[in-house]
Design a binder for this molecule. Structure first.
Ligand SMILES: C[S@@+](CC[C@H](N)C(=O)[O-])C[C@H]1O[C@@H](n2cnc3c(N)ncnc32)[C@H](O)[C@@H]1O
Length: 261
């Protein structure tokens, strides 16, 4: 049986329920702190740099960067609800974080206006058109200054295929149960997700499809988007990184630079 998926699913799924169902990875401060440690190990980001947190969701990386003095951070995401969350979280801390609702394929930012672009937390592969991911990376390239760099963090497609499970479920506290049924296609994972609350009954029944990339394909896509000096870490067992990266073992992290010319 093939799971039917509305191609526009990504325009509405990223809301408060997503923050519950994906809380283990996107609402865990320790994980975010470690991810920002990793970004800073990979790239010499400092407090004078302008950083674009592209598809930055509810702003966890931007807010962590702000807390470390990097106040030139700007967040862009399509989800109005997550943007609202990010704004509120930033205001509570008195951080002057600019939160922009928009599409990463055409951000509207000026050419060359950022030193670094972050594309964290598996934010590629949502639009059904294959070229959309390339468009997002080309847009990132455009808004970077010459010599600026991007960090891309996506699920490791090779590992995803190896460890694929068609069914999964997890409980969140006493109240919530998240059940997922999945199908693996050539380059996408499709899923149906049902979320049940003891108190409120079924609170979500949705489907989605996400394109995945093997490490070599991430590198190839970055080159096609015009980046150079592409460096890909997968499995993250690199000796260079002196962190406990157990939580990110199935991810590919790539860094790449915009040409200086
Ligand atoms: C899995 S979430 C990750 C969010 C954030 N980077 C993090 O690590 O918490 C993926 C995000 O990508 C955003 N997104 C996907 N495609 C987008 C697009 N074309 N333009 C803007 N945002 C997009 C979604 O709205 C969602 O917030």
């Amino acid at each position: 049986m093939s799971i039917p998926v509305d191609p526009e699913w990504w325009k509405s799924l990223f809301d408060e329920i997503y923050l519950l169902t994906d809380a283990r990875s996107v609402c865990n401060h320790e994980i975010t702190r470690l991810e920002v440690d990793l970004i800073k190990e990979l790239l010499p980001i400092n407090e004078h740099h302008r950083i674009l947190d592209l598809c930055g969701g509810h702003g966890r990386h931007s807010i962590e960067l702000f807390s470390r003095g990097m106040r030139g951070c700007v967040l862009l995401d399509y989800s109005r609800r997550l943007i609202r969350r990010a704004r509120t979280a930033a205001q509570e801390k008195n951080y002057n974080l600019l939160c922009v609702q928009g599409d990463a394929r055409w951000t509207g930012f000026s050419t060359g206006s950022f030193d670094y672009v972050l594309l964290m937390g598996n934010s590629l592969g949502y639009q059904v058109e294959h070229e959309s991911d390339l468009q997002i990376l080309m847009e990132a390239n455009r808004v970077l200054r010459p010599g600026g760099a991007i960090v891309v963090d996506v699920v490791d497609g090779a590992e995803l295929k190896r460890s694929f499970r068609p069914q999964a479920w997890h409980a969140i506290g006493e109240d919530i149960l998240v059940c997922r049924e999945r199908e693996l296609e050539e380059s996408r994972v499709k899923a149906r997700e049902i979320v049940i609350s003891r108190k409120h009954g079924q609170i979500r029944d949705c489907t989605y499809a996400i394109r995945y990339y093997e490490p070599g394909a991430v590198s190839a896509l970055l080159c096609r988007a015009g980046f150079e000096r592409v460096h890909v870490l997968s499995g993250l067992s690199s000796q260079k990184i002196k962190l406990d990266l157990g939580f990110m073992n199935h991810r590919t992290i790539a860094t790449a630079f915009k040409s200086r010319n």
